[in-house]
Structure formats: structure tokens, C-alpha cells
Design a protein around this ligand. Structure first.
Ligand code: F6P
Length: 323
């Protein structure tokens, strides 16, 4: 096995608060072990284009608290084409990378796995996405920050909802998953949570909302995952059935920005460090994840194939609390 002397690092897919803390951890764990580090700009697109920059411990100074990613990021459908992956690998060989650390989510993990399968390049994934939907890790960098941003926003929405005695449908991100919605829902005391994974019945929800008002509730919040349907249609139906005042608020991209929480920084630092340790211990294609609070290494073949399931207990608990 070739000795690892030079690693590359990139961020890929949707940005997530704490990606910078992850880059910092990867770079400094590598330089601590006397490895050469190259940063790749704009994710997999930078590999295809050969857009590289040398990095050292100083290049990651003052970024642990910054949202976004200093390496920039793109969605890169072009990387699904083999000819582009071969072009990327040509650049990897040219600059002499022995391993690649990918900080990103599901799509980025699949791409890293494919690159490894085709070239045998050592790859490590550090899970970073606000969606928290990466198989093999119970938590991802950015998720906690996003949940906090959304909860803070909904606390404000609750004020106006209460003043006007309104129902608010608040749409949160999460693509095809309800991880964000259900944690946010629980933490802001939502009356209902709608997630793509669990079918919902608007008649039942309306009955619960109307009963709530009869018991003296003055506002209701429904946290709806973006993948759980059309929030406008849901609002119209609720308005028609309950005859109550309904508004929609789509939180949107504010969920991806802002300074990472302490939790996201801690996770990013632990997992970035674990990725380098694992590469140096001989893991050739793995994800550095967290399970039951402990750092684990999960083969990328599993990460690429399997789907992470939401914890239905949180979902049930939210509705149980909404009395
Ligand atoms: O994966 C993170 C995420 O913010 C999802 O929650 C959302 O569906 C998607 O990215 C939006 O993608 P884009 O940044 O390409 O608009």
C-alpha cells in the first residue's frame, strides 16, 4: 500500500453550517501528521477543472465560526459522467494526491464511492448536510445549526400567530426527508408535523386544530417538510375545513446560513479529525460517522446503498405534547 503523504479536501452539495470547521479539522489533523494538503475549489467540479489551492494550518485560521464554505461548493451532475470522472482522476494523478476527503451529504458520498471503485483512490467522507439524511451517521454537520435557526424563526412566527390568532404552516427544508421538520416541530411546540415518510390525514389534523381552539389555544404551528406536499394546498384545505385564519411561511435558505452552533463545530472537528486518522490507518473508502455518540467508520458501499430512517419516536412525542 502506498504511503499517504498528500491529501485533497473538498466540500460538495448544499452548504451546511460547520463545513468550515470541518475543513479546518481535516487540514490541521493532516498538517499535524506532516501531510501535504490541497484544497479543491467548488467540489467535484474543481476536480474536473483542476481548480486547486495549497493549504496549510494558516489557510484555515479564523473560520471555525463562519457559515458557508471557504472552498465553495456546487451541485455537480457532470460528475455522474464517467469521462468527467476520468478527467478528475487525471488531475488527481497530476498533482499526486494519495487520498481525498469529501465533506458533503448523500450525493457526494455516492460520487466518492464511485470514484474509489473506478480508480482505487483512497477516499473518506465527512457527513455534512443540513438534511441529516446520510446513512451510517446519526448526526451530520450543520443539522443542529439549521434546527436552531428554524426554531428561532418559528418562535418569532409564534408571536405573530398568537397576536392574530392564526394557524401557520411553516415549511422547512429537508429534500425527501423529515429529519429537520420533526426535530424543529418538537422544539418549537408545534401542533402538528408533516413529513414525507409518514402519511397524514388533513381531516384528523383539522379536528385536532379545531379542538385545540375550543380548549383555549390561540395559535397553531404546523411544521411541514418541503418533501411532504404542497404547503399552499395544505393551507387551503385547513382553511376550508376549520374556517380558521391560516398563513404560510417558507423559511428557505436562511436555514443553510449563519454561524454554526457549538454542537456543529464539535461534530465537524471530531469527524474531520477521524477521517484523517482513518485514512492513515488504512481505510480506503469509508465515512467517518457518529453512532450512539461514538465515532465510527462505515464502509462507503453501505452509505451509498442504504437509506437512513427517521426516528418515529420524536414524531409521536411531538404530537403527544401538542395538547
Ligand atoms: O440538501 C440540502 C438542501 O438545502 C435541501 O434541504 C434542499 O432541498 C436542497 O438542498 C436545495 O438545493 P439547492 O441548493 O440546489 O437549491
Amino acid at each position: 500500500m502506498k504511503k499517504i503523504q498528500h491529501i485533497g479536501v473538498l466540500t460538495s452539495g448544499g452548504d451546511a453550517p460547520g463545513m468550515n470547521a470541518g475543513i479546518r479539522a481535516v487540514v490541521r489533523s493532516a498538517t499535524d501528521r506532516k501531510l501535504k494538503v490541497t484544497g479543491i475549489l467548488r467540489g467535484y467540479w474543481g476536480l474536473i477543472e483542476g481548480d486547486f489551492q495549497p493549504m496549510d494550518s494558516r489557510s484555515v485560521g479564523g473560520i471555525i465560526n463562519r457559515g458557508g464554505t471557504i472552498l465553495r461548493t456546487v451541485r455537480c451532475p457532470e460528475f455522474r459522467e464517467k469521462k468527467n470522472r476520468l478527467q478528475a482522476y487525471k488531475h488527481i494523478k497530476e498533482i499526486g494526491l494519495d487520498a481525498l476527503v469529501v465533506i458533503g451529504g448523500n450525493g457526494s458520498s455516492v460520487a466518492a464511492n464511485t470514484l474509489h471503485q473506478e480508480t482505487r483512490l483512497t477516499v473518506a467522507v465527512v457527513p455534512a448536510t443540513i438534511d441529516n439524511d446520510v446513512y451510517g451517521s446519526e448526526d451530520t454537520i450543520g443539522f443542529d445549526s439549521t434546527v436552531n435557526t428554524a426554531v428561532e424563526a418559528i418562535d418569532k412566527i409564534r408571536d405573530t400567530a398568537t397576536s392574530h390568532e392564526r394557524i401557520f404552516i411553516v415549511e422547512v427544508m429537508g429534500r425527501h426527508n423529515g429529519f429537520i421538520a420533526q426535530e424543529v416541530g418538537l422544539c418549537c411546540g408545534a401542533e402538528a408535523v408533516l413529513v414525507p415518510e409518514i402519511p397524514y390525514n388533513l381531516q384528523t389534523i383539522c379536528r385536532a386544530l379545531s379542538n385545540g381552539y375550543k380548549r383555549g389555544k390561540v395559535s397553531s404551528i404546523i411544521v411541514m417538510a418541503e418533501g411532504a406536499g404542497d404547503s399552499r394546498k395544505v393551507a387551503e384545505t385547513i382553511k376550508r375545513i376549520t374556517k380558521l385564519r391560516v398563513r404560510i411561511s417558507v423559511l428557505g435558505y436562511i436555514q443553510r446560513g449563519g454561524s454554526p452552533t457549538a454542537h456543529s463545530r464539535l461534530l465537524a472537528t471530531k469527524l474531520g479529525n477521524a477521517a484523517i486518522k482513518n485514512i492513515l490507518s488504512g481505510y480506503s473508502a469509508h465515512l467517518a460517522g457518529i453512532q450512539k455518540g461514538a465515532i465510527v467508520s462505515v464502509p462507503l458501499t453501505q452509505v451509498a446503498k442504504k437509506t437512513k430512517r427517521i426516528d418515529r419516536f420524536i414524531y409521536k412525542l411531538t404530537h403527544q405534547m401538542a395538547q
